[in-house]
Design a protein around this ligand. Structure first.
Ligand code: AMP
Length: 496
């Protein structure tokens, strides 16, 4: 089984329906998309052979869809690059996986060539068109354990590692999405707000399998107004968005677009106050995922219905602040440092296993052995499970602040800071301290007139234990974030 199958099946069922759109303009129907993927597949296979790693460096563009399936049709490996990386960082990744070639958008091609990468195939050129000029290849018949996608981690903690995702992993992710979260059909659309090199791209297969159109904003970026317009213009709109993107939609003050059906959010913390504001603005269209590149998009989740209580109001804060239940086909546990299971409510490391979990990191046996020790994926995230089986995520284990021997989970302090009316964003880290080991420092983005440290202290003391209070507040205009919307705590530490 090769992931190309999902396109093959959609094209057989819905040949004439629109498959890929740039904004509101149709770029290809399903038969055309399959044909292009098969031609590209034959050309890649002839040039590089099965198993070759093929890089894709581009802001969101329609070609990414044909590249993904064309690379799979060739039985090659799709290696998308975060388009906001420095060209040298991209060059490092391409060298790490010994990529046979890289397809790049005109915007990024020059930077890559400048960083010594070659050859670079530039999208939209005559050279690109040549890849589609030959005969279409046959549909591949591939061992599902073969590598399909090298998913380079965001590298917020150091050098980026390539999580090896097989066709089986991606099919497990696809099936779990359709089982747990969304039920699209040929009258639905996946609108790519977030980068297709990451979360939004991983959602392409489930929507393609059901014949749901792929909509790529013409700007290639996330513009809240453009995104909401597209969710009016296309039927049955669904999207994956980082929590910060959801916040930007809410800030437009616009109502829910008539066709917006599903917003999957995740990849970073969604604070309870922000989630309630989003639910108030757009209604119960939200679904939360907790996952990581190593178990793509699929560890636990909160369904639409989990956001509601029995009377139709919003669910209690402890549910909205959780990451929900294990996803279909995934076993999730919380372990103590000695590997024994934690009690209900006890915080430990989150581990999981199932068909969705990667086989290891590319060319990195030491990291693979540590992360997959005992056959479980060690997520590096800390959390606890309540009596109803809901998982609450605390923080990455390396982000936990240990002050005077007590563990302080930044997320808990951030949740309370965010609930202050004068605070729009907050990030909490530990700073080295000779007396306490570490002390809590809060970076705060204020909306309107900034609250004073004394006011924030009073607000926190009303709600959480005194020892969790920040010893210092730093006011910023904005928090440093990756292009995937993750707050870069490493940069905050460097600033101190
Ligand atoms: P990545 O592999 O780049 O997608 O990053 C995965 C990490 O993002 C996870 O290990 C978590 O630390 C974090 N993360 C993912 N989903 C959530 C979520 N729903 N809430 C909070 N953090 C999340």
């Amino acid at each position: 089984m090769n992931m190309f199958t999902v396109l093959d099946q959609a094209a057989a069922r819905f040949p004439d329906r629109g498959a890929v759109f740039s904004g509101t303009e149709q770029v290809a129907n399903w038969a055309e998309l399959r044909d292009r993927a098969r031609r590209l597949g034959a050309a890649l296979r002839a040039r590089f052979g099965p198993g070759a790693r093929v890089g894709v460096a581009s802001e969101n563009r329609p070609e990414i869809v044909e590249l993904m399936f064309g690379i799979w049709a060739a039985e090659c490996v799709f290696v998308p690059l975060n388009f906001k990386l420095h060209p040298r960082e991209m060059a490092d990744i391409l060298a790490d996986c010994d990529a046979a070639t890289v397809f790049a958008s005109p915007k990024l091609a020059g930077g890559l060539a400048g960083a010594g990468v070659g050859p670079v195939e530039v999208l939209g050129t005559d050279g690109y068109a040549e890849w589609f000029a030959g005969e279409p290849g046959a549909a591949p018949d591939t061992d599902p354990e073969e590598l399909a996608w090298l998913f380079y981690t965001s590298g917020t903690t150091g050098k980026s590692k390539g999580a090896m995702l097989s066709h089986r992993n991606l099919m497990a992710m696809t099936v779990a999405h359709l089982a747990d979260f969304d039920d699209p059909d040929e009258n639905a659309a996946l609108v790519h707000g977030a980068p297709m090199s990451h979360g939004s791209g991983l959602y392409i297969p489930p929507y393609v399998l059901r014949g749901a159109r792929q909509v790529i904003p013409a700007s290639g970026a996330f513009d809240p107004g453009e995104f909401l317009d597209l969710c009016e213009q296309h039927p049955g709109a669904a999207a994956f968005l980082a929590p910060t993107m959801v916040g930007r939609l809410v800030a437009t003050g616009r109502p829910r677009p008539a066709n917006l059906r599903t917003v999957v959010y995740g990849g970073g913390p969604m604070y309870v106050e922000s989630l309630k504001a989003a639910l108030d603005a757009f209604g119960p269209v939200f679904v939360q995922l907790y996952g990581q590149g190593e178990a793509p998009m699929t560890i636990t989740g909160l369904r639409r219905a989990d956001h509601l209580d029995a009377d139709g109001g919003w669910a209690p804060d402890e549910v909205l602040g959780s990451v929900g239940h294990p996803r279909s086909g995934v076993q999730v546990a919380v372990w103590r440092p000695d590997g024994t299971p934690a009690e209900i409510g006890e915080i430990g490391e989150i581990v999981c296993r199932g068909d969705v979990v990667m086989s290891g990191y590319w060319n990195n046996p030491a990291a693979s052995a540590a992360t997959l020790a005992g056959g479980w994926l060690h997520t590096g995230d800390m959390g606890s499970v309540d009596a109803r089986g809901n998982l609450t995520l605390r923080d990455r284990s390396k982000d936990v602040v240990i002050s005077g021997g007590s563990n302080i989970y930044p997320r808990e302090v951030e949740e309370v800071l965010i609930a202050h009316p004068g605070v729009t964003e907050a990030a909490v880290i530990g700073a080295p301290d000779p007396e306490w080991g570490e002390v809590v420092v809060a970076f705060v983005v204020a909306g309107g007139s900034a609250p004073t440290p004394a006011e924030l202290d009073a607000h926190l003391l009303d709600r959480i234990a005194r020892f969790k209070r920040p010893k210092r507040y730093v006011f910023l205009d904005e928090l440093p974030k990756s292009s995937y919307g993750k707050v870069l705590k490493r940069e905050l530490r460097e600033r101190l």
